[in-house]
Design a protein around this ligand. Structure first.
Ligand code: SF4
Length: 472
């Protein structure tokens, strides 16, 4: 299907803001609370910031207590079956509260809600849900919410609103209530054109569409002015940023543009696709002092046969060459990856190829997953020759290797001095957490007043998951 990039008009964005003001006026001055429960990836967290922005404009404050919330929004993830099951469990559990408080409004949105089958299931079996809309409808949440308020509580068969379209727009000018004051998500694009055979994202997030670099740079600048020090550029495949957008920068160019903004801040990005990670990108990373020397480059499998079945568009050798080039060009590069174990047709030999390649590359950390079929994707109907026990055994061996690699790399950091950004407080002996330029987690002792500050730290210890240091 041909895809034409379309932008939301300024008038349409303004109309949504007006609807928020109207809802606020209709609901009146009393206290009201909303809870936004987010599942899945950083893109969903970023979308939840827009949902909270809209709700705040409608006069809602936020709570973490479901019982207290007048509105519960569940922003869902369809990437893994486990997350989907949790969503259904948690939404089902809201029924008891709804019986006691029928005025409570339950909203289910995000990637799951984009699927017609899931919407049908929710309509039939989860009557607790009042409003259900897909990812493409996010920008018009106020209009859908207003419609829900109108039909909510109608006598008899209580009204409910279910909406999803295939029309994915690039939307600017939406309100946003951000989490925290130190780290910020900055969405640069949405959707994906790659159709990896196991992945549901292209079906629930639509085709790839980039925001204009001027808009992104303006948002980055406002974040820096507001005091944010760690900005993560988000997209399903950031390396293909700008593709199909006439006269636009590519991703390396975008990094350089944001790097030129005045201020002491770091630029991170995720996720990269190995087939689109280029020497030009690595050079930009090396030359831009604010760009973190961190590359999350999902390998998924080290077997060419499986990579082909996954439709990943690279071979084990081309992947390895890219990591070698990146290491050569970017001093102190931290490499992390994702691996899927037990993809349909994966043999012991294929698995050993993966294990060997990960050990050759040497990762700071690996996010390892057992393959989970997603209905609607090509791979979902493929036979898996390996038993559950075999797959679990492969997973355990990979995890052991991943932990050993991480522990060795972390051990080699001991004695070094790193510049870190203190970004969280902890309970226990190490009261602060921080991130190095490459994104390594460093636990520290210190006062909560240091939150959001840069610090030089001497690394005094390590384990598989983190470094430990002292502020100097
Ligand atoms: S690149 Fe592949 S795995 Fe990543 S979002 Fe696109 S289809 Fe999914």
């Amino acid at each position: 299907m041909a895809y034409e990039r379309q932008e939301l008009s300024a008038a349409a964005a303004e109309e949504q803001r007006e609807i928020c003001a109207r809802i606020n006026a209709v609901l009146g001055p009393g206290e009201r609370y909303a809870l936004v429960d987010t599942y899945g990836c950083q893109q969903n967290e970023s979308d939840s910031e827009i949902l909270r922005g809209y709700l705040a404009a409608m006069g809602y404050s936020f709570t973490e207590e479901e019982e207290r919330a007048d509105v519960v929004v569940v922003n869902t993830c369809a990437v893994r079956e486990h997350a989907q099951m949790r969503v259904f469990g948690n939404v089902g559990a809201l029924s008891a509260q709804k019986r006691e408080h029928p005025e409570k409004i339950v909203v289910l949105c995000g990637c799951m809600a984009q699927s017609p089958e899931i919407r049908e299931k929710v309509k039939r079996s989860y009557r607790v849900v009042d409003l259900c809309f897909g990812t493409n409808e996010l920008w018009r949440f106020p209009a859908l919410f207003e419609k829900t308020l109108e039909v909510h509580g109608l006598p008899g068969n209580r009204g409910r609103v279910f909406e999803a379209t295939d029309e994915a727009l690039v939307a600017e000018g939406l309100p946003r209530q951000r989490d925290g004051k130190v780290k910020a998500w900055l969405s640069i694009m949405n959707g994906c054109n790659n159709f990896c055979s196991y992945c549901i994202v292209p079906y629930v997030r639509g085709r790839e569409r980039s925001r204009r670099s001027e808009e992104i740079a303006a948002e980055a600048e406002s974040l820096v002015l507001a005091g944010y020090k760690d900005i993560t550029l988000l997209g399903q495949n950031v390396n293909s940023y700008g593709r199909g957008l006439e006269g636009e920068l590519n991703f390396a160019g975008l990094l350089r543009k944001i790097n030129a903004i005045d201020g002491d801040f770091r630029i991170r990005f995720m996720t990269s696709h190995p087939k689109d990670a280029t020497e030009e990108l690595f050079t930009a990373m090396a030359e831009c002092e604010k760009v973190a020397p961190h590359l999350h480059l999902p390998l998924q499998s080290g077997s060419d046969r499986i990579l082909k079945a996954m439709n990943r568009g690279y071979t084990a050798e081309s992947y390895l060459k890219k990591t070698e080039l990146a290491r050569k060009l970017i001093p102190g590069l931290v490499l992390t990856t994702d691996i899927i174990v037990g993809f349909p047709g994966e043999t012991e030999e294929d698995f050993l190829d993966t294990l060997r390649l990960t050990e050759t590359v040497g990762y700071d950390s690996m996010f390892t997953f057992i393959y989970s079929p997603r209905p609607g994707t090509p791979a979902a109907s493929w036979e898996n020759g390996a038993s559950r026990e075999e797959i679990q055994n492969r997973f355990d061996r990979l995890l052991k290797s991943a932990n050993a690699q991480a522990a060795a790399i972390h051990k080699a950091q001991e004695g070094k001095t790193l510049r870190v950004l203190i970004d969280a407080t902890n309970k226990g002996e190490y009261t602060l957490s921080s991130r190095s330029a490459g994104g390594r987690l460093v636990h520290l002792r210190g006062d909560a007043s240091l939150l959001g500050r840069w610090a030089q730290v001497k690394i005094t210890g390590s384990n598989t998951f983190a470094l430990f240091g002292e502020i100097i």
